[in-house]
Ligand binder design. Sequence first.
Ligand code: RB5
Length: 150
Amino acid sequence: MKIAIGNDHAAYELKHHILKYLQDKGHEVINFGVDTGERTDYPCRAEDVAKAVTSGQAERGIVICGTGVGISIAANKVHGIRCACVSEPVSARLCRAHNDCNMIAFGARIVGPQLAEAIVDAFLETEHEGGRHAERVKLIMKLEQEQTTH
Ligand code: RB5
């Protein structure tokens, strides 16, 4: 799968770990994050990944900051993005199955490398269930549409 990844300075070590983990599994990963502890603004890193997803450059996006919170809020401001901030694999699976999330966020100060691996596996391996869940996702996107037309 083609995956965009992004991170701020709080998360460069975990990003490197997950980037290699995904590449070893055969995924193509586009790296929009910083690779060292140099300070960067997480909303900008979220924007790069989110736009790669909405443009079709990547199928899914993964963003990491200190908590996962700021970078997920920023990603969700880009129209077409549904990004869940999670800290365990059950939510990572259900955000795909129920919410059809195209991005996921987590915090390098919250989850360790092995938990992060389980989170990305659950996110990438789960398909959207459709049905009643698809109707609710449509309602989410209708809310977004209404914000642009009012
Ligand atoms: C950076 O220090 C930190 O604020 C950021 O990584 C993130 O946790 C924000 O939500």
